[in-house]
Design a protein around this ligand. Structure first.
Ligand SMILES: C[S@@+](CC[C@H](N)C(=O)[O-])C[C@H]1O[C@@H](n2cnc3c(N)ncnc32)[C@H](O)[C@@H]1O
Length: 296
């Protein structure tokens, strides 16, 4: 298979190649605006991913394109640049252990009388939701549990930096071969067959989609605007792109966004032992689920 660089980028005759100085400018801009730390070694990635934009926009050089992004007051060009740089890989029920744990935790809460007397709505947040696979997986599990325990509703906020990914996520449309990781019972319950552009597809049913609000949100936002705390936050496979100082800041904001006793899921490869934080590890779940202590 052709590498990403060769597939996406062949230098047009009169386009000036990316220089080390250009790379530094993009690296600093991306870091300042998204927290994504490209480091020293991603020159080829930047060349490949931005090359397409440069050709499409008929820019003469990377520097030219950089200036265009910098001087666009609408912020739209910046948004597109960050879209091109960020990695959006995801799939339904990615790291399935998390969804089994989620099922256990939610079941414990809704079966606990004291918890029920304090809460009528479960609030969850998928904080880097990409094209929607993560929030759709969360929603299937939570809806399935709550359909057996009446009287508790749920609301799921799903946010990402990428507006391109969010527009896909909102539709909830999947190729049939992409739903293979969904447990069969949930697949039968939460997808319906639709024909899109003459092609047979599966779509998340409206009954599930109505619980999810998709919205653009940058995790770099210094003060999170949420009025009510979340019971569950998924912030998975995004901190990997950030450096430790920003991870520590973000963890504090996520901590503050949770209710006491609320839990944070991070990606399997993202244990937080190198970063200072106030969470405790969840006694049953080990190092992928962190909990804001009930009493501080
Ligand atoms: C690899 S995907 C992870 C998707 C999903 N959480 C999962 O684990 O499958 C990383 C996502 O983080 C988003 N992202 C990167 N920087 C971000 C930021 N500063 N604020 C919000 N989202 C960001 C990207 O747009 C991308 O969709």
């Amino acid at each position: 298979m052709a590498s990403e660089a060769t597939a996406e980028w062949s230098m047009g005759g009169d386009i000036q190649d990316l220089t080390r100085e250009d790379y530094e400018l993009f690296r600093r801009l991306v870091y300042a605006k998204s927290g994504i730390n490209l480091g020293d070694g991603k020159m080829q990635l930047v060349r490949a991913r931005l090359g397409k934009k440069i050709r499409e926009g008929n820019f003469k050089s990377f520097r030219n394109y950089y200036r265009h992004v910098e001087s666009d007051p609408s912020g739209e060009s910046l948004c597109e640049l960050l879209d091109a740089i960020s990695t959006n890989t995801t799939h339904l029920f990615r790291e399935i252990r998390h969804f089994n744990l989620l099922r256990t935790l939610v079941t414990q809460w809704v079966e606990d009388r004291a918890w029920r007397s304090r809460n009528s709505t479960l609030r969850l947040w998928s904080a880097a939701c990409s094209s929607g696979e993560e929030p759709h997986s969360i929603a299937m599990v939570v809806h399935d549990v709550l359909s057996r325990h009446h009287g508790i509703d749920f609301k799921l906020l799903a946010t990402d930096l990428s507006t391109r990914m969010l527009s896909r996520a909102k539709i909830g449309l999947y190729d049939i071969h992409r739903v293979g990781t969904v447990p069969a019972e949930l697949r039968n319950k939460y997808f319906r067959k639709v024909v899109d552009d003459g092609q047979s597809m599966l779509q998340i049913i409206p009954e599930l989609r109505k619980h999810i609000t998709f919205s653009h949100f940058n995790l770099m936002t210094p003060t999170f605007p949420f009025k009510q705390g979340f019971h569950v936050v998924f912030c998975r496979n995004v901190m990997i792109y950030f450096d430790n100082p920003f991870r520590a800041e973000l963890l504090q904001r996520l901590y503050d966004a949770l209710v006491p006793g609320g839990v944070l899921f991070v990606g399997e490869g993202e244990t937080l032992h190198l970063v200072p934080h106030a969470f405790e590890t969840h006694p049953r779940a080990g190092a992928v689920v962190y909990r804001r202590p009930l009493k501080e």
